[in-house]
Design a protein around this ligand. Sequence first.
Ligand code: F6P
Length: 327
Amino acid sequence: MDKKIKKIGVLTSGGDAPGMNAAIRAVVRTGIYYGLEVYGILRGYAGMIENDIIKMESRSVANIIQRGGTILKTGRCDEFFDYEGRKKAYNNLKKPGIDGLVIIGGDGSFRGAQIFSNEFDIPCIGLPGTIDKDIAGTDFTIGFDTAVNTAVEAIDKIRDTAEAHDRLFIIEVMGRDAGYIALHSGIATGAENILIPERKTVIEDVITAIAEKERRQKMVNLIVVAEGEEFGGAYEVAKVIKERLPEQEVRVCVLGHIQRGGSPSCFDRLIASRMGYAAVECLVEGKHNVFVGILNNRMHYIPLNEAVKKKQRLSEEWMRIVKILSA
Ligand code: F6P
């Protein structure tokens, strides 16, 4: 029989994502509802190692559901990937008697959680918090919807000026290893081409498509590029286009970290609240080392180790849609 959990810790780890606060709020308040003590661990795994742990009450999470960033702060922590670091972290959790953890972060954070829970007897529940949407087992991750909407708003503005000057714009969005922000925002803004890390960039095809559109006098050209695209990002793509099509007026806009900030969308607040609530229910029911996602609008639970192994599969059909609709 599993012993009953009494005290839980919650932390945010990796890149921040809008909606993390809504998830923290849900974990804290659901925990208190079930009679648990809830502790906030600051700065991700670094706070666990350095004993930066605070007791949280219902009021600690008042007025945060609408705020971007994370009140617990976040970071990437190399020390947690050493056994000694994890041992320190475990000893610090034992001081207040924390016997369950909720980790809100990306796949790197879950990898850390999985190793930690195998070594020390602490159940860990992972919630997908990343703007990149690059985690299997869930249709959406906390922060993705807000980030895409931020990108769409910016690209719409760029389209106005692009049209006024008949210019080609190469817009770089975030996504070191994943092209979902590029794909979603590119389709939603009518981009001519979308370059993503998951697909080989054939620069010849990009140039042929621009030249062909120029012949047809299609003047507004928007190309959306994910930062991790294999050619090297927006500036590199622009350089080659300028060399090959010197007549073409080309401008580059890198959207950068504005995509990570801002008030979370309704959708992100909603999934964060549902996931945070479900994470605590998992711990109360004695589920160990589970990843909580939402598939087809239903809560979906898979073992943490499966979540770290798999990637979301990118639909080839979406690339076909880009091509057909940008005619
Ligand atoms: O993982 C989210 C993400 O925003 C990636 O899209 C991006 O490549 C990376 O984080 C940037 O990280 P940092 O803020 O540490 O430069």
